[in-house]
Design a binder for this molecule. Structure first.
Ligand code: HEM
Length: 486
């Protein structure tokens, strides 16, 4: 007991030491890794982010002088300075340097993840790398509304109204103790529905968030003013924080050698000249352009959210960065070689594949909410299954393997059960026999086959795992007996 009390007394001091150690190792733009650039160009990514940020800020300040931030004048002001060659290049520099920041930040997050740079007190720097990525993405998102063309108007409308889903009463919602049976449903979706309805009724979190973003109940001048101020406030806050950091630590800001700087600047300038920033057509609230596509870095998320219940999709937009940060705190141990951390490596590879596949699917406007999801789940199971068996191959640890494959199988069978045993027509007929309902609306047998395949695949993993574990323990027993006999 005395031990527990002294540990509790020590906890605040340990906690503060934990924070201080990590703050001391903070790195914004790879300024503490400049010497590693000789080994690998991947360590130039922080410097590239900083360089492009500076291009965005300088071009942005000039744009502020000529851009008119009102819904009636914005589009015309952009048209007029795009007619001038220099104006067009300036816009291009601003837009593509912004894209360059997002590409550099994304690759840097992947580099830090695969190299486990969050180990050895690097967690805060990893979190910061995600914040820098989100800062660039949301700057880009607020930026392209400022054009006030059709794509910007409608993509922003979706983005700003999305949070409303948090308040929408789900189709089915009943507390289990109410004992109400509704055709085609069962207690769990109802209970989830009831919880989300209760949160929505009390907090109006969705409406409130949406109104903060829109500056009212519809998209208009207030939205533009908000997005405009948010647009450069993000950079302003970042600039103040980083300048204080550089002032305190006396680090060099831009850790790139001249050839790299010239190449990076050359690339964005040539792009700005060769591919003028899109102007598109003037925003028209009466006409909905289809498909409505956001800027490239949000495409994969858009596609993924199509497969989800809107409520959970809204939660998921926050869930992704939180889970990524969580992984950094889950990956214990000293090992930093990505080929010796198979589970985490496969999670990272799965995420990269999903980003590319989902982006391609939405650009090709290919999605089927009925048949696609099992592919998605199957792909996740496969990648993480490989990670788990690979981990087993390397470390022969039974627990991680068993924990995963049984977890997989449980979820596999649950998914099947959820979709088809409980939703199967014979059960529906039986279920409806005392509620007088018809067959479930929009029920699609196609899902059955994928779910059965996926559940069988999950169970297959269990069988394979148990065989591997059994063969291994037999091998160990024989070895021990041989050594005992020797
Ligand atoms: C991370 C930082 C930033 C990013 C990623 C970013 C990105 C963007 C993007 C993608 C656009 C739409 C460009 C277009 O297609 O026309 C835009 C517009 C604009 N940005 Fe930024 N921006 C950033 C910071 C700034 C800053 C710091 C300023 C001002 C100091 C600024 C001023 C403007 C202005 C005035 C426009 C509207 C004019 C136009 O569309 O060309 N931006 N920004």
């Amino acid at each position: 007991m005395a031990g527990v009390i002294s540990q509790l007394k020590q906890a605040p001091a340990d906690g503060w030491k934990f924070v201080q150690d990590r703050l001391a190792k903070i790195d914004f733009f790879d300024e503490t890794k400049a010497d590693l650039q000789k080994e690998s160009p991947w360590y130039q990514l922080g410097g590239i982010y900083y360089l492009y940020w500076m291009v965005v800020i300088i071009s942005g300040v000039i744009l502020v002088a000529i851009y008119l931030p009102t819904t009636s004048q914005a589009f015309d002001s952009i048209i007029s300075f795009s007619e001038n060659k220099l104006g067009m290049i300036l816009r291009g520099l601003h837009k593509y340097a912004g894209d360059g920041m997002i590409i550099a930040a994304t690759l840097r997050v992947y580099r830090m993840y695969f190299n486990a740079e969050y180990k050895n007190k690097g967690e805060f720097t990893f979190v910061l790398s995600i914040i820098l990525l989100l800062a660039a993405m949301y700057s880009g998102l607020t930026g392209y509304l400022l054009i006030w063309n059709q794509r910007a108007f409608w993509a922003t409308k979706i983005f700003a109204t999305f949070p409303m889903y948090l308040d929408i009463t789900p189709k089915y919602w009943y507390w289990p103790w109410e004992g109400i049976v509704v055709e085609n449903t069962w207690f769990l979706p109802n209970a989830i529905g009831a919880v989300t309805k209760m949160i929505g009724d009390y907090t109006h979190q969705g409406m409130t968030t949406s109104q903060i973003l829109l500056g009212g109940s519809s998209i208009g001048q207030a939205t533009m003013t908000r997005f405009y101020s948010l647009h450069f406030t993000i950079s302003l806050i970042l600039l103040v924080v980083t300048e204080l950091y550089f002032y305190k630590n006396r680090f060099k800001r831009l850790n790139l050698r001249m050839p790299a700087i010239l190449i990076m600047l050359g690339m964005v300038l040539i792009t700005a000249i060769m591919i003028p920033a899109e102007t598109g057509s003037r925003a028209n609230p009466e006409v909905t352009p289809l498909p409505i596509l956001s800027d490239w870095y949000f495409l994969a998320l858009y596609q993924m959210l199509r497969y989800m219940d809107p409520y959970w999709a809204t939660i998921w937009t926050v869930g992704i960065p939180v889970i990524t940060i969580g992984l950094a705190f889950l990956d214990w141990g000293e090992e930093r070689n990505m080929w010796k951390r198979p589970i985490f490596t496969m999670v990272g590879i799965a995420a990269a594949v999903e980003f590319l596949v989902f982006s391609a699917m939405i650009v090709m406007n290919k999605s089927n909410i009925e048949t696609d999801p099992p592919f998605w789940f199957g792909h996740m199971i496969l990648f993480m299954g490989i990670g788990q068996f690979w981990h087993w191959g390397q470390y022969q640890q039974q627990l991680p393997l068993r924990a995963w494959v049984y977890g997989c199988a449980l979820f596999g069978v649950w998914y099947l059960f959820f979709w088809h045993v409980f939703a199967a027509d014979w059960l529906m007929v039986w279920f409806n026999s005392f509620s007088g309902g018809a067959l479930p609306e929009g029920w699609n047998p196609a899902n059955l086959y994928w779910s059965m395949l996926w559940a069988a695949f999950s169970i297959g993993q269990v069988v394979l795992a148990e065989i591997l574990i059994m063969v291994d323990s037999r091998r160990k027993t024989r070895q021990e007996m041989a050594e005992a006999g020797a």
